[in-house]
Design a protein around this ligand. Structure first.
Ligand SMILES: [Mg+2]
Length: 250
């Protein structure tokens, strides 16, 4: 069997703002309000159909259960959601063994996630920045801290990243790591990474299929560790990963 471990947002599809206005654009996901909010170009749709005709898709996404449920995808045997915090089975239920592991790690991370949220909220108030601060959880577990800028205030998020978040994480190198891509600034426990869940699933799948071939596909630098668990890598041409590679391939 060939398995494609595949990131979703900005890999298979993207928001309306990032989708070129051209013929053949199709809907890929809906927002909580029921309106379409993610789209595939005709080229993405062709690539999608070719890959999923040849491989078994395993989505690997930061989306939570509800946001994942709003994506239009073929049925998958497993899905890695919440940045790796939860692995869903084919029926959409969390794998108990993985959930137990995540629950233990979430309990350990909760106090410092709450500290960070408090410090960020105070910083935003004092500096008057138009940026959100939230702890993101799912299935009753707190997973990570997330911040986004409001309409047009990207520099506010850049400033908080530089002045508060980077120094904060540098003081806790064994505990936390940063994911930043566009309007997502997240601080996650080291134990919460897509890579850990993909590695767990590969081991599980190899029990039945020792010669399986795995493909990893994603756009963000933070996808690289899980992609490197796989036999082959695929990345969109316009992505953090492609930019990194082009710097070395000139
Ligand atoms: Mg992505």
């Amino acid at each position: 069997m060939n398995y494609l471990f595949c990131d979703l947002d900005d890999t298979l599809f993207q928001s309306r703002r990032k989708t070129p206005d051209a013929a053949g654009v199709t809907i890929a996901a809906h927002g909580p309000d029921g309106l379409p909010n993610a789209f595939m170009t005709a080229g993405q749709r062709k690539a999608f159909d070719a890959m999923f005709g040849a491989m078994t898709l395993i989505p690997v996404t930061a989306r939570d259960r509800d946001a994942y449920a709003r994506v239009q995808l073929p049925r998958a045997p497993f899905a890695v959601i919440d940045h790796g915090g939860i692995i869903l089975d084919a029926a959409g239920q969390p794998l108990p063994a993985w959930y137990e592991r995540s629950a233990e790690h979430a309990r350990q991370a909760q106090p410092w996630l709450e500290d960070l949220h408090r410090e960020a909220t105070q910083f935003l108030g004092e500096e008057g920045l138009s940026v959100t601060s939230r702890i993101i959880g799912d299935f009753d577990l707190p997973f990570y801290w997330l911040s986004k800028y409001r309409e047009g205030h990207e520099q506010h998020l850049d400033r908080m990243e530089r002045e508060l978040i980077i120094p904060w994480v540098e003081r806790r190198p064994h505990q936390a790591w940063i994911h930043r891509n566009g309007n997502n600034l997240a601080v996650l426990p080291r134990t919460l990474q897509k890579r850990h869940a993909v590695s767990f699933l590969l081991e599980l799948l190899r029990q039945d299929d020792p010669t399986l071939v795995s493909w990893g596909m994603g756009d963000s630098l933070s996808d690289l560790p899980f992609i490197m668990e796989c036999d082959y890598m695929i990345a969109p041409r316009r992505s953090q990963i492609a930019t990194l590679v082009s710097e070395h391939a000139a």
